[in-house]
Design a protein. Structure first.
Length: 187
């Protein structure tokens, strides 16, 4: 059964503490390298995964061309801006760079576009709609199924939940039905 690295480290540390197994025995028991066992014994939190630095050597001659296309997009209408797919198509059609891959162009465009826009003073457009709620004006109500043991008998009841939008406070009550009476009484 697959387990997360945190669970693996926890199991290794537990067996070291309780059974006092050696590093080699722990390594054999969990099927991991002794280096991993030593990491688990040294720290309960696994080390961060190292992300490899990837280079795209075939993309090097096209970087200036891509930057020029993205710079043109600063003044272009929104619907006429270059997508990564369109950038790749232009590189193949106009400059005969047939050995480029879509993923390399996509990653480079995703990295460079915000940098070019920031350098031109046109940062990323953030938009949000502020939500304002008047006290006691709005709330969210729902029923959920809940199984309880009532006098030793497993019984299904309905949990009424009301959360007030202004304060975020919640009210919970259990009812035998989801009828209108329960709904009104819950309020």
């Amino acid at each position: 059964m697959a387990r997360s690295k945190v669970e693996l480290f926890e199991a290794i540390r537990r067996d070291d503490r309780i059974e006092q197994l050696s590093v080699r025995a722990l390594s054999d028991k969990y099927g991991v390298h002794r280096r991993t066992v030593r990491q688990a014994l040294a720290n309960a939190v696994p080390p961060e995964r190292k992300t490899p630095v990837r280079v795209a050597p075939k993309l090097a001659p096209a970087k200036a061309l891509i930057d020029a296309m993205l710079t043109e997009d600063l003044t272009a209408p929104r619907k006429q801006r270059h997508t990564a797919r369109r950038v790749l198509a232009r590189l193949v059609d106009e400059h005969e760079l047939n050995d480029l891959t879509y993923s390399a162009v996509r990653d480079y465009v995703a990295k460079r576009r915000p940098e070019i826009w920031a350098a031109a003073g046109k940062g990323v457009e953030d938009a949000f709609v502020p939500q304002t709620h008047e006290p006691g004006a709005e709330g969210e109500v729902d029923f959920a199924d809940l199984w309880i043991d009532l006098a030793g008998v497993r019984t299904k009841v309905f949990l009424f939940t009301m959360r007030l939008s202004f304060s975020g406070k919640a009210v919970h009550r259990a009812y035998a039905t989801q009828g209108q009476e329960a709904f009104l009484e819950g309020h």
